[in-house]
Design a binder for this molecule. Structure first.
Ligand SMILES: [Zn+2]
Length: 131
């Protein structure tokens, strides 16, 4: 069986779960006997790449949404874009954010926040994501 090294500790910690999910997905897609005889390897490859894309984008969405949900509880060094350290408050309804990443498009809802001291409005994720 092919094994690859997962390069991050968080991913390595859930490797057994990932492997079980992979087994479950193959069962759901191809059944107990696997792909029908005559199925081209490239067709299996395309299906697996499509599953990987959905999994990657869903994980990005979920991780960034969970972080955005804590926008008002950010540590001081992440509070204000101008790093004044002042608490920020959510000032508008959450808006959709879409960012292209190496793992696919990330989409989540994020509240615009305002720094009370600087009177500047911004989306909290902007300083981590960079230009
Ligand atoms: Zn500020």
């Amino acid at each position: 069986m092919a094994t690859s090294t997962i390069s991050t500790a968080p991913a390595n910690a859930v490797r057994p779960l990932i492997e079980q999910v992979a087994i479950d997905l193959v069962h759901r897609i191809y059944g107990a006997e696997g792909p029908a005889w005559g199925t081209r390897l490239t067709a299996i490859e395309d299906t697996i790449l499509a599953v990987r894309q959905v999994l990657s984008e869903k994980m990005l969405d979920e991780a960034l949404q969970r972080q955005a949900n804590t926008a008002e509880k950010r540590p001081p060094e992440f509070r204000c874009r101008s790093t004044c350290g002042t608490e920020v408050v959510a000032t508008k309804e959450p808006e959709p954010r879409i960012v292209a990443t190496r793992a696919g498009d990330a989409e989540w809802m994020e509240p615009e926040t305002t720094c009370r001291k600087c009177r500047r409005a911004f989306f909290p994720s902007e300083q981590e994501l960079g230009p």
